[in-house]
Design a protein around this ligand. Structure first.
Ligand code: TXA
Ligand code: MG
Length: 355
């Protein structure tokens, strides 16, 4: 086990002496966790195969699921990608730095392990001064999956990173909680029209406004389990975002959802199970269970997205056996939230109806 160095930094104006320590680890092939605007990432030099292999190992991540490569300058995209369309250029101009990952055909400088042997590469420029300072100071393109053990909810605080990876990585740059709380939107630019493989911090509606034709892959909606052959992105095949507790998602019209959640909570409490309910400000007062939490108001999906992964982890710390979660509308950031919740539940989705 190695000692994991915790480097506290200012999120707006990161102290360069600490960034340099972290950048040195990256340059030498080490592993550093760092904040982005979405979630914390676990970084390694993307063009160093040994470093990327160590990254997979630290996370216990299956080798067939490539991480996203983070760049600090758009110029780097032209080194990593073989083709960059005008549409992609327009998206980069509009949304970068920001929570949008673009899939391109990859160039020959990219090691196989970095893209898990695929012919394509996922690239994004994060909107966070600490992430950008680390990338620029190290002079590397940085492969960074979310900094959690594979399958666990993504970390939105340095504490979550340490809970999963303390002793397995060289350092973590701690700049407090992340802003968005769900990962970036993954958009495949190698097909026409471009296709969303994972909904995230850049909403579908915004992308549509920018480049009229954008499709949502059925697995991105995640309202049912689809066969592995339909999985276009390797990450689609793996269990994701799952706390130790079982998760059940209840969807439908709000008043019916409340009735169903109450019924399920009563049923599990009656069985002697420790029950958590994931509610919203508008409904939290209706429920009785061992632990009841509100993600925030239904009127502000940004707060709901920001709290989601933290709450899933907190339920585990509180020893809850089953989490009953209310569905929320799949608009804006709501689509990303529901994708994570549905996957966390292993598609245990209950449709509530009034009849
Ligand atoms: O917000 C984020 O995207 C965070 C922060 C750290 O940047 N990163 C993140 O990375 O969520 P990760 O590795 O946990 O998720 C990357 C997703 C996976 O679902 C993976 O399968 C998909 O992107 N992906 C990576 N390369 C791909 C490719 N060439 N083709 C299709 N999907 C790809
Ligand atoms: Mg991840």
């Amino acid at each position: 086990m190695k000692k994991t160095l915790v480097l506290k930094v200012d999120s707006q104006k990161p102290q360069m002496e600490k960034i340099c320590v972290a950048a040195d680890f990256i340059k030498k092939g080490g592993l550093v966790a760092f904040p982005t605007e979405t979630v914390y990432g676990l970084g390694a030099d993307a063009l160093n195969s040994e470093a990327v292999r160590a990254l997979f190992e630290a996370k216990k991540r299956p080798l067939d699921n490539p991480p996203i490569v983070h760049v600090g300058d758009v110029k780097d995209v032209y080194r990593l990608a073989r083709e960059v369309s005008l549409k992609a250029e327009k998206l980069m101009k509009t949304f970068w730095p920001g929570p949008l990952t673009l899939i391109f055909k990859r160039s020959e400088i990219v090691p196989d392990v970095t893209v898990a042997g695929l012919d394509t590469i996922a690239v994004r420029m994060p909107r966070h001064n600490v992430a950008l300072a680390l990338i620029r100071e190290s002079g590397c393109c940085i492969s960074a999956p979310s900094a959690n053990l594979a399958g666990k909810p993504s970390p939105t605080m340095a504490k979550h990173v340490l809970d999963d990876l303390d002793g397995r990585i060289d350092a973590v740059l701690d700049a407090g909680p992340t802003n968005i709380g769900v990962e970036s939107t993954v958009l495949d630019m190698t097909v026409d029209p471009p296709q969303i493989l994972r909904p995230g911090g850049t909403p579908y509606e915004l992308l549509k406004r920018m480049i009229a034709r954008v499709e949502l892959h059925p697995v991105a909606v995640a309202d049912r389990e689809l066969s592995v052959e339909k999985a276009r992105s390797p990450g689609m095949k793996h269990r994701h975002y799952a706390p130790d507790a079982d998760v059940i998602v209840v969807e439908g019209e709000l008043s019916s959802v409340v009735v169903k959640v109450k019924e399920l909570a009563e049923f599990y409490v009656g069985k002697g199970t420790k029950v958590g309910v994931l509610a919203t400000d508008e409904t939290v007062g209706y429920y009785r269970a061992d632990v009841v939490k509100s993600l925030g108001s239904r009127k502000d999906l940004r707060v709901i997205a920001k709290n989601l992964f933290r709450f899933l982890r907190e339920f585990d710390l509180e020893g809850v056996d089953v989490i009953i979660a209310e569905g929320i509308p799949t608009e804006g950031l709501g689509l990303a939230v529901m994708n994570r919740l549905r996957k966390a539940s292993g598609y245990k989705i209950v449709k509530a109806s009034s009849c």
